[in-house]
Write a protein that binds this ligand. Structure first.
Ligand code: NIG
Ligand code: FE
Length: 412
């Protein structure tokens, strides 16, 4: 007797492989089983077969998928989930043509969210993050990453990381936590980025001991942190046992992507201005390129990351929302799938691999998340859509009908 049987699945998205992220041409393949069914027991996938075979099975509950699409729960591998306040007033500055890095230089942007995050209590941050998290889940996400980086002092960074840990422990979403202490240089340091970086490095032991993060991240950009500083921070992080990530080549082509490939980063993120050499280096590495086209869209830029070229060159590409209060204010990963189709020229198969198996590998969750396989967590989505092509095609709305986490209904 199974707990739940999902019958009458029109298309079931299955994995091509789970060994590692799919690179380049391997991303073009998506295994899809038609007229399928699956059974869940103890929160895990217990059986996958044809709809006819499922007639023999018994379950405490039976769900009719109505001939629709069923996929693994989506994975969002890059978010800034925990923050105080909001920045709607910056929209007018952006419309007036003030560049993103100029707003930051004037003490706005990231630094204004830092102020609001420092002022918020842990409980307030928790409630706010929980609100956003529920919305993220409603769009079909069952595993995600969450970065700190709006505290920029010891106590406030730890506060953000504790909120992410509590949300993970609440069990509704698997959250991989990332320490993004070097996200900007706070005003308290008078522009002394070296001094600030030392202070962030000095927090690594404590974060490790309290098990508050699996990864670290740094914003490598003009006027923020240099490639040299990024290297120093990433090496220190690796030495302490963290996996490493980097916000690289978002605005200027500094070479953060090449650094990520050379140092063995789990992912290099943004990559809008990444050089030809960076793409070659990524293709030869195990580093996943996490592209964030919603950010390019929201910053009103014309040039997107060269996702098509990256895949054609053999890179493992993933996609994420980059959900944050400044450069990409949306929880909707389905919208990002549409932007990837329209602006990065990715195919539907590549897009699905990018938000499932490759996204899981980008945050070290390849063994638990991103695919539907017997023995794995029953994290899945029943879509109000006839096939997998439909989601990137019909944009801007929520197509998820039922989101399941470990066999339980997470959102309906
Ligand atoms: O990934 N680029 C740096 N950090 C975030 C934005 C943070 C913010 O503007 O608050 C990003 O885009
Ligand atoms: Fe980001």
């Amino acid at each position: 007797m199974y707990d739940t049987i999902i019958r009458n699945i029109g298309q079931l998205i299955l994995p091509a492989t789970t060994e590692g992220p799919l690179k380049g041409n391997a991303m073009k393949q998506l295994e899809v089983k038609e007229e399928a069914a699956l059974a869940i027991a103890d929160g895990k996938i217990a059986w996958i077969g044809s709809n006819d075979e499922a007639d023999q099975l018994e379950g405490k509950e039976s769900i009719d998928a109505g001939g629709k699409l069923v996929s693994p729960g989506l994975v969002d591998p890059h978010t800034h989930l925990v923050f105080g306040g909001s920045r709607e007033k910056e929209m007018a500055l952006k419309q007036a043509g003030v560049p993103y890095l100029e707003i930051l230089k004037q003490g706005g942007g990231i630094l204004s969210t830092v102020q609001a995050t420092r002022e918020a209590t842990e409980e307030e941050l928790y409630e706010k993050a929980r609100f956003h998290l529920e919305r993220i889940a409603s769009y079909g996400v069952t595993t995600m990453e969450a970065k700190s980086g709006y505290g920029l002092d010891r106590a406030s960074e730890l506060k953000q990381l504790r909120v992410a840990k509590k949300l993970n422990d609440a069990g509704k979403m698997d959250i991989v936590s990332t320490f993004l202490g070097p996200h900007a240089v706070p005003k308290d340091y008078d522009g002394d980025s070296e001094d600030f970086l030392d202070d962030m490095i000095s927090m690594l032991d404590e974060i490790k001991q309290e098990n508050l993060a699996d990864y670290t991240d740094i914003f490598c950009e003009t006027g923020v942190f240099t490639v040299e500083q990024s290297k120093r921070f990433m090496e220190a992080s690796k030495e302490k046992g963290f996996g490493v990530k980097i916000h690289a080549d978002e605005i200027d082509p500094l070479g953060g992507t090449e650094l990520a490939a050379a140092i063995g980063a789990a992912s290099a993120d943004h990559l809008v201005a990444a050089s030809d050499q960076a793409i070659k280096d990524l293709a030869e590495s195990d580093t996943v390129a996490v592209l964030l086209p919603g950010t390019t869209f929201y910053l009103g830029k014309d040039a997107y990351a060269r996702g098509r070229e990256m895949i054609d060159s053999g890179v493992a590409v993933s996609l994420a929302t980059d959900f944050n209060p400044g450069s990409c204010v949306t929880e909707n990963l389905q919208l990002i799938m549409s932007i990837a189709a329209l602006k990065l020229k990715m195919t539907p198969e590549e897009i699905w691999n990018a938000v499932t198996v490759n996204a899981a590998h980008a945050i070290g969750k390849g063994e638990q998340a991103g695919t539907i396989e017997v023995g794995k967590q029953a994290d899945l989505v029943i879509w109000n859509a006839p096939n997998y092509h439909y989601i990137p095609y019909h944009y801007g709305v929520n197509h998820s009908q039922l989101v399941m986490k470990q066999g339980d209904k997470l959102w309906e």
